[in-house]
Design a protein. Structure first.
Length: 147
């Protein structure tokens, strides 16, 4: 795992552009946090490029959520500007992608596109695309198979 400050980062404006390379997994989580957190002292706005992440797991998601939490507590925006397929796939699975998207002051999400307030809301929000019949069949088949 490697995190490097990119061209365009500027202490005067407070913008910090970070590029992540390699794996962001359980094996790299502690080192990644050690590299990421010091940037929070000097900068006010964070853009993360995750396009070169080769492996990404739930520990990587936790790193991103912790970074987002630290940034939010200090009123510092943190967004992902680019992501690899593995990052995109897992953030979509956990329904967290919108949490890391850039928004502008003119963005006024409609009720149907509004994002949940917290990650846990995102995880447990109703799934509109799963028909009730499918859920009923799933529970019925698990009950039939139990002793």
């Amino acid at each position: 795992m490697d995190i490097s400050k990119q061209k365009g980062s500027n202490l005067k404006t407070g913008l910090c552009k970070l590029k992540f390379r390699g794996e962001l997994s359980i094996y790299d989580a502690e080192a990644a946090m050690g590299e990421l957190l010091p940037y929070f002292d000097d900068y006010k706005n964070f853009e993360l490029d995750l396009s070169d992440i080769s492996e990404f797991d739930s520990a990587g998601v936790q790193i991103l959520l912790l970074g987002k939490k630290e940034a939010s507590l200090a009123n510092k925006p943190l967004v992902i500007t680019k992501m690899s397929a593995s990052v995109e796939e897992l953030l979509e699975l956990y329904r967290l992608r919108s949490l890391f998207q850039e928004t502008t002051e003119n963005d006024t999400p409609s009720e149907s596109t509004a994002t949940p307030e917290t990650p846990s809301d995102a995880l447990f929000a109703p799934q509109d695309n799963v028909p009730d019949e499918a859920l009923g069949a799933l529970f019925q088949s698990t009950e039939e198979g139990s002793p």
